[in-house]
Write a protein that binds this ligand. Sequence first.
Ligand code: NI
Length: 397
Amino acid sequence: MDVTQIKDMARKMAAGATEMRRFLHARPEVSWQEVETSRFIASKLEEIGFKDVKIGTDGKPVGVVADLKGKKDGPLIALRSDIDALSLTEEGDLPYKSQSGGAAHACGHDGHITMLLHTAKLLYSIKDELAGSVRFIFQPAEEKGDRSGAPAMVREGVLDGVSAIAGMHLWAHVSSGKVQWRAGPVMASVDGWKVKFTGKGGHGAMPQNAVDPTVTSANFILALQTIVSREINPLETGVISVGKLVSGDVINIIPESAEMIGNIRTFNPDVRDKMEAGFRRVADGIAATYRCGAEIEYTTLYPPVINDRALAELLRDTAVQVVGEDNVEESPMLMTSEDFSFYQKKVPGVFFFLGSGDEAKGTTVPHHSPRFNIDDDVLPTGIALMSSFACAALERR
Ligand code: NI
């Protein structure tokens, strides 16, 4: 299928796409509660003509999967959109502002749903020309961390028979309409940790009778930073951050215990193992040095997003045709994370970014902030991009 024709078809979808995106924006649902969103997606797919539209993930009525079989034989590829909103109160006065207090589409997943549904519509209309099949995956709970949607869908067989997968994220940090791609590592792994140091509470005037978990924590926080600076090869990448520290609450009492939580991110699985081991050793070692006990919890969250080189280059070539050479650039490596990586552990995949930042439209506000919004004018670009990439991936041999 010719990219110019696909672009024309996508352009004609602009008004409908904007309307749908704003409809979804006003009706956000957080992770594992995307019941109405899933129903909406399924009904739109059925309207288009899809049969056997499946709703449900991990026993909940959320997440939608549907297959489009092309007329000609060929491989099965998958396109994925996440569908959840964040627990956040939207600020500002958009006419299509969130109607659900405490939930907001503050990451652009409303745009992802819209673009994938329109891609499904576009590809359905040219299914006689498709050399293979396309699976559309609308995944719940991307934001959920320790219980996110991708591994559950993978466990339930969403990738059975799939030879390649693509995912796209709208990106406020990149100018509207530009596409960022990258081969190899793109986004970091993330793990969460918790430490509780227990000492012996006492009077602030008599430290000799107490065992102070706060001073222990202070030393721990500093020592923790030497894992990255002194144990990891400087040419590798890693970060350890403390997200919360709770210890005592009055001026003259040494508390009994102190608790911290934080995260660890890197790209390389060996570095990841090394950082976890270092983290445990430093926590135990500092606790012993300062006579405290240490309780450690370590939770492995998302693997790194690592793009297949051949698919990434195919994406880049497709993007050049859709938005022009000047609007395609290499993405930097990002220390943020995405559960798209769970699909990539099973099949080759590519995850890329579509810029939606436009100062004049107020869409350069960072993701996950209460005034986040996307530039609806890039929706047709995303539809053309996903559709063209699907055709290119099916045709490559
Ligand atoms: Ni997101």
